[in-house]
Design a binder for this molecule. Structure first.
Ligand code: AMP
Ligand code: MG
Length: 402
């Protein structure tokens, strides 16, 4: 039997095969989480004009050098004002935050340090020239890049987009991902059981969620039977998708037709079978122009692990993300972990939490690849490297958060 491919090697192949997709234009409301495919420039200076940082009085600095100083109030500047007053010697304008600085004034005295009497304001404290004024262009200059190409749009970037009057932006397209389960025994959601050896699918819906979570557009194509002709009918449609994921049918069984059909369909198989546990029988190939085919194993936990380790980074690259992997941190093992066979790198499902200034980790007791509870009751994969039979309590381990 062919050698098992080490994970690093497999990942390298996947990463080299995944290419950023073309771009599309979206409205700001839909831009959250997308990756910018253009530099966004400022349409104007920010702030666009000198304005007050405080509620108070706009004055001439020379008038408040000796305090208390008494100045005549000549009017009021609210934010958005259209007033055109001039602050002459011995006068002041009542001003509010965000209002432009009236001509002649060069300093704002906050209202807390003033008192009003009979049309005059008494300034009780002196301030430096220019105090409490936000300067035109001090944040951003017109034409400056405010969000560079390649940046992921968070709510803060949405705020910036609005502020530079950018209603539509260019982002990388999200990949369309076909999802197909295979197996005569697999029943779809709500489908009636007709024989006791049937199994309800979890993979179609788990993958649907995983694809969405990675930013892709999932297309659930249901379940194909273990029949080469039927399977071929569905697999002929792979060209409609940027990425195609099957589950089941890639193991050692005679009815594992996916692995035979891929060649017939012209998929260039890059690897099949990895040195990892679970999810050893992963098949990966490329087709069309930079389209990716993942034949994942049928066991739900294997499917999940294979997706998180290999499909996830591929989908992220296609959308232009720089950060393509799930977060990995170090955690202290709260309970020891042993295994007999240390041939493969294991991704043991575990619970990770933050306590006393560190991450702590506890492996879930049931680790078989058909047991979905090991995912539902966990939030991370603990990495057990090749050659390691035992991890002791108190030891530091690597965990991949999910
Ligand atoms: P296979 O890789 O086809 O040999 O399947 C391995 C195991 O995963 C078998 O026990 C299948 O019944 C199970 N399995 C396959 N597809 C699914 C699915 N969509 N949902 C849940 N279990 C599945
Ligand atoms: Mg099967």
């Amino acid at each position: 039997m062919a050698e098992l491919t080490p994970l690093e090697e497999a990942l390298k192949v996947v990463i080299e095969s995944a290419k950023p997709l073309d771009t599309e234009r979206v409205f700001i409301h839909e831009a959250l989480g997308r990756v910018l495919a253009e530099d966004v420039l400022s349409d104007s200076d920010k702030p666009p004009f000198d304005n007050s940082a405080m509620d108070g009085y706009a004055v001439r600095h020379e008038d408040i050098q000796n305090v208390p100083a008494k100045l005549k109030i000549i009017g009021e500047y609210a934010a958005g004002t259209g007033e055109k007053l001039r602050v002459e010697k011995g006068t002041a304008v009542r001003i509010f935050t965000g209002a432009p600085i009236p001509e002649g004034a060069d300093t704002v005295v906050p209202v807390e340090f003033t008192e009003v009497s009979d049309g005059y304001v008494i300034i009780k404290k002196s301030f430096k020239k220019g105090a409490n004024i936000r300067r035109k262009g001090e944040d951003v200059r017109k034409g400056e890049v405010v969000i560079p190409k390649g940046k992921e749009i968070r709510p803060y970037e949405m705020g910036m987009l609005a502020s530079v009057n950018k209603a539509v932006v260019s982002v990388y397209r999200r990949p369309n991902v076909g999802i197909l389960s295979t197996g005569d025994e697999i029943l779809d959601l709500c489908e009636e059981m007709t024989n006791p050896s049937q199994i309800r699918t979890s993979n179609n819906y788990m993958l649907y969620g995983q694809v969405l979570g990675a930013g892709g557009i999932p297309h659930n194509l249901g379940i194909a039977p273990d029949d080469p002709e039927e399977l071929k009918k569905v697999l002929r449609n792979i060209h409609k998708y940027d990425v195609f994921i099957t589950t089941g049918g890639v193991s050692m069984g005679e009815k594992d037709y996916v692995k035979y059909l891929v060649q017939e369909l012209g998929i260039d198989v890059k690897f099949h079978k990895l040195r990892i546990k679970p999810a050893k029988p992963v098949l990966f190939g490329v087709y069309g122009d930079n389209k990716l085919f993942f034949g994942l194993p049928g066991n739900p936990v294997s499917t999940a692990v294979a997706f998180d380790l290999l499909v996830y980074p591929a989908l992220r690259i296609m959308q232009g993300y720089k950060n393509i992997f799930k977060e990995k941190v170090k955690a202290v093992l709260e309970r020891g972990y042993r295994r007999k066979n240390a041939d493969r790198r294991e991704f043991a499902r575990c619970k990770v939490w933050y306590e006393d200034g560190m991450y702590k980790c506890e492996p879930y007791p049931k680790q078989d690849s058909h047991m979905l509870t090991s995912l539902v009751n966990a939030n991370a994969y603990m990495v057990v490297y090749e050659g390691v039979n035992e991890l002791k309590e108190g030891e530091e381990v690597e965990v991949i958060l999910f």
